[in-house]
Design a protein around this ligand. Sequence first.
Ligand code: AQP
Length: 342
Amino acid sequence: MFSVPIARPRAFSGIQPTADSLHLGNYLGALKQWVELQDSYDCIYSVVDLHALTVGPDPESLRQRVRATAAQFLAAGVDPERSILFVQSEVPQHTQLTWLLNCVTGFGEAGRMTQFKDKAAKLGDQAVTVGLFDYPVLMAADILLYDAELVPVGEDQRQHLELSRTLAARLNSRFGEGAAVVPEALIVKATAKIYDLQEPTAKMSKTGHPSGIIELLDDPKVIAKRIKSAVTDSGAEVTWDPAAKPGVANLLSIYSALTGQPIEQIVDDYQGKLYGHLKSDLAEVVIAALSPFRERTALYLADPGQLDRILSTGAERAEDIADRVYRRIATRFGLGQAERSR
Ligand code: AQP
């Protein structure tokens, strides 16, 4: 008897190469789920360098950060034998599909994106580009290009994901069912938003102040110092109260996500102890989790040939899918003479 391979649903996600190191929010909010999903989905993961262009990076540092980001995906456990790992700009269909989606996206609809409004307010009118405004449409193109059913992201991407769903549904209603797959977000509640250590009501962000961030490639001494000086709240008792004690809640969430222990159990363990005890133990937990990660990243970066091979194979495999899906959608728009098969 022949065994027929069972097609698995696809998952897609990306991270911008906007810093030398990813941070704990990127890991717990997204990357950790990416690795786990490989058991049940065909996964496609991208270093989204076109998105990074929206904030005008220095070209040389962008080039280095693309490689450093890819090395961190691999070090976290993205397996290039099972998943497709590629750099977004290597697959030209991302920008091609963006144009088509631009032509079905309302100007007001794009203007309602809160991340754009926040970033635009920080940058000021003169520095805001059309690219930054169009970021969510490029993100929709990233997802629809692979007929992805699931998109693992953090809470900050929920509104962008909703726009991707709206645009996919719009293609289906305008051009008939089967034009696009409507994706679902995978947002894991417990780690959907890891907060800044100094400002525990704001998300930990690559562009935040360094003292509020735990970078995955940070030296253990830096990690210990950052955690020990994290802002905690008035009082001394370790309790789970995100509204009244956001700083302690953030530390507990990180502890729980890295050890797999339920929050209630951790809270129980710290009865009669002080915030300082929790911080020292958490520093050890984080250092133990990140030290092997740092070593694996260094190994990937020390072998540029291997990284190049992984990324170029990934781009070829990604383009193979992207080309077919792009042609299918472009044909629905009335472009091209016919749907070609490859
Ligand atoms: N603090 C966070 N908690 C949980 N998830 C987070 N993510 C980001 N910050 C947190 C998730 O990480 C993925 C990659 O994000 P990105 O680099 O593409 O863009 P971002 O969301 O804008 O990340 P940053 O770190 O905040 O970058 P900057 O400072 O450049 O804006 C996404 O899935 C995101 O949800």
